[in-house]
Design a protein around this ligand. Structure first.
Ligand SMILES: *[C@@H]1O[C@H](CO)[C@@H](O)[C@H](O)[C@H]1NC(C)=O
Ligand SMILES: *[C@@H]1O[C@H](CO)[C@@H](O)[C@H](O)[C@H]1NC(C)=O
Ligand SMILES: *[C@@H]1O[C@H](CO)[C@@H](O)[C@H](O)[C@H]1NC(C)=O
Ligand SMILES: *[C@@H]1O[C@H](CO)[C@@H](O)[C@H](O)[C@H]1NC(C)=O
Ligand SMILES: *[C@@H]1O[C@H](CO)[C@@H](O)[C@H](O)[C@H]1NC(C)=O
Ligand SMILES: *[C@@H]1O[C@H](CO)[C@@H](O)[C@H](O)[C@H]1NC(C)=O
Ligand SMILES: *[C@@H]1O[C@H](CO)[C@@H](O)[C@H](O)[C@H]1NC(C)=O
Ligand SMILES: *[C@@H]1O[C@H](CO)[C@@H](O)[C@H](O)[C@H]1NC(C)=O
Ligand SMILES: *[C@@H]1O[C@H](CO)[C@@H](O)[C@H](O)[C@H]1NC(C)=O
Length: 489
């Protein structure tokens, strides 16, 4: 009884018990995390700043390290970056909104979230750093399908980190000179922050991998080309997009926006200063106003030969790329996610599948091919799952993004439980991902002991996930199957 009273009083006293257990000292302060009773074997720290608020004279500029803010609680999400989600229609808003972040938005948004096992299988566990997608115009570290707590609760094998990076004009202003892609530099700062601090959370800084999808995949690949010397991470996972060689090096967009923001007729320096003083929401409104095609982002990454290169093949040829292995892959029905969609649609769209799907799929295949050609190690997959709780219209099938909930272990949380094949596919993908993070110098293995074959010029083999007609939830096949679904590349 006495012991019980003692334990209870320690646990109930926020000043002693809770704080000492969950308080972690980092370069940006001491952060006290918590446990959510929905996943009792997971420690969580939400909303830790990794950079200074990128506001005022820091707007559009490379991020600066966060200073030491002292002792703070890290028990709730911070705002996501201010963003442009267009008219909020389409599959990702009307059919499966769990891919979206609906948190409050702010220009002060450089925060990350950490989930770690309470009973880790090793003293220091590997770390998966998630780079969200969203066409560089939307997204953040807290979409319901991209919260990893159930995955870690089940396996206790690894840490997952999610974060916000600057988007749209705030992250990709297309400045006429200098380092143009503040949003990509935010990602690098996250990795540096984790290198310096993840050990305090039980993570191994020597075993961290960057995993991104869609725009996040482009960012992950760009990271590899931009950080040839000191990538910090030991592997890259790039789902459903290539690096893209088509980033235009010339844009007058920033200047055009300045005209509409009452920052006209100024020198370059004065124009930048003037634009740093425009109210953030007003700037966002003006971006929407000058955008002739609301289905597309206007401000996206531009080559600066520093964070992003005009010709990434040329980087490969010259060996100017991080020498770490890569997992790349695509879903079999990428493009369908971009068709017009309305919540009450009961039959498939009549227009042809948008070409962007093929562009993304081909980019992923191309990356595996050129790397194989230049002797870099990579592994490739085709996601063939067609599961109705993730894609609740029969024609959507394995659309863009539909593989993410399988990796995050969130597939069963919305619209009903998953099928047996779906669970098995999820277990296989999760195990391969953790294996890759755990030791990227060997071929990844899954929980059943299956090895993922390297993708080589002579043996262009891939793994097919979640195909109901194949022998297993993960089956080796030739890349030609992926090419058949990617369309003409
Ligand atoms: C705990 O998790 C549940 C389910 O994911 C969520 O609804 C709730 O907001 C979480 N609580 C906290 C304090 O984060
Ligand atoms: C950049 O675009 C401007 C305006 O469209 C044009 O005048 C200029 O020649 C372009 N510069 C290059 C290097 O293409
Ligand atoms: C910029 O200069 C042009 C031509 O000199 C002039 O017509 C326009 O009013 C000026 N705009 C502003 C905002 O000062
Ligand atoms: C980047 O480098 C390429 C080739 O070296 C060059 O043609 C291009 O102008 C450069 N672009 C920028 C924005 O510096
Ligand atoms: C990119 O670089 C490769 C290798 O140097 C070269 O063969 C190719 O022509 C370049 N592509 C463009 C568009 O310049
Ligand atoms: C599933 O596998 C069968 C062969 O067993 C193949 O014909 C079919 O194209 C595959 N479908 C997808 C989406 O991978
Ligand atoms: C998904 O599976 C359903 C049957 O469950 C089938 O009718 C549909 O054609 C499949 N969708 C795609 C895009 O393959
Ligand atoms: C969900 O489905 C799996 C596999 O079919 C099954 O083992 C599990 O018990 C189901 N869970 C719930 C809550 O129904
Ligand atoms: C990875 O595996 C190789 C081969 O088994 C081993 O030599 C190496 O020490 C392992 N690396 C780590 C970081 O565990």
């Amino acid at each position: 009884m006495k012991l019980f009273t003692y334990v209870a009083s320690v646990l109930l006293s926020p000043a002693v018990g809770a704080q000492s257990e969950f308080a972690v000292r980092t370069s940006s302060g001491t952060y006290t995390g918590f446990i959510n009773s929905t996943t009792p074997h997971v420690n969580q720290w939400l909303g830790i700043p990794y950079g200074q608020p990128p506001i005022g004279s820091l707007r559009f500029r490379p991020p600066l390290k966060a200073p030491d803010y002292g002792a703070t609680e890290a028990k709730s999400y911070k705002p996501i970056c201010i963003q442009d989600s267009g008219d909020k229609t389409g599959v990702f808003w009307e059919a499966v909104p769990e891919f979206q972040n609906t948190d409050p938005q702010s220009e002060d948004c450089l925060y990350l979230n950490i989930w770690a096992p309470r009973k880790p299988v090793e003293e220091k566990v590997p770390v998966i750093i998630w780079v969200c997608g969203g066409a560089f115009r939307e997204g953040g570290g807290h979409a319901p399908y991209q919260v990893p707590d159930h995955w870690i609760q089940r396996t206790q094998t690894h840490i997952v980190v999610t974060f916000n990076y600057r988007l749209n004009v705030f992250g990709f202003p297309g400045l006429p000179v200098g380092n143009r892609n503040a949003g990509l530099m935010d990602i690098r700062l996250v990795v540096e922050w984790l290198r310096d601090n993840i050990q305090g959370f039980g993570g191994d800084p020597e075993r961290m991998v960057l995993y991104g999808q869609s725009a996040g995949s482009g960012a992950v690949l760009a990271y590899g080309y931009a950080n040839a010397e000191d990538p910090i991470v030991s592997g890259l996972i790039a789902s459903s997009s290539g690096a893209g060689d088509a980033y235009s090096a010339n844009s007058t967009l920033f200047h055009d926006l300045a005209q509409s923001a009452n920052c006209a007729n100024l020198t370059q320096t004065k124009e930048l200063e003037c634009m740093q003083n425009v109210d953030a929401r007003e700037l966002q409104r003006l971006v929407l106003k000058i955008n002739p095609d609301p289905t597309r982002a206007l401000f996206t990454p531009l080559a600066d030969n520093f964070t992003l290169f005009e010709n990434m093949t040329d980087r490969l040829v010259r060996g100017l790329v991080a020498k770490v292995p890569l997992i790349t892959g695509l879903t079999y029905n990428e493009g369908m996610a971009f068709s017009t969609f309305h919540a009450d649609d009961t039959s498939p769209p009549s227009e042809p599948v948008p070409e962007i799907g093929s562009m993304l799929a081909c980019g992923a295949i191309r990356e595996a091919k050129i790397r194989a050609q230049y002797g870099l190690r990579s592994y490739s997959y085709l996601y063939s799952g067609n599961f109705t709780n993730i894609t609740p219209r029969y024609w959507l099938g394995g659309m863009h993004s539909s593989d993410i909930p399988l990796v995050f272990g969130t597939h069963n949380l919305f619209r009903g439980n998953s099928t047996n094949l779906e669970w098995q596919t999820s277990f296989a993908m999760e195990a391969f991902w953790v294996s890759f993070a755990s030791n990227s110098s060997v071929d990844p293995r899954n929980h059943l002991g299956q090895t993922w074959p390297r993708y080589t010029v002579d043996n262009p083999e891939i793994i097919v996930f979640g195909n109901a007609t194949m022998p297993s939830a993960s089956t080796v096949a030739d890349v030609s199957l992926a090419e058949q679904y990617a369309g003409p590349c």
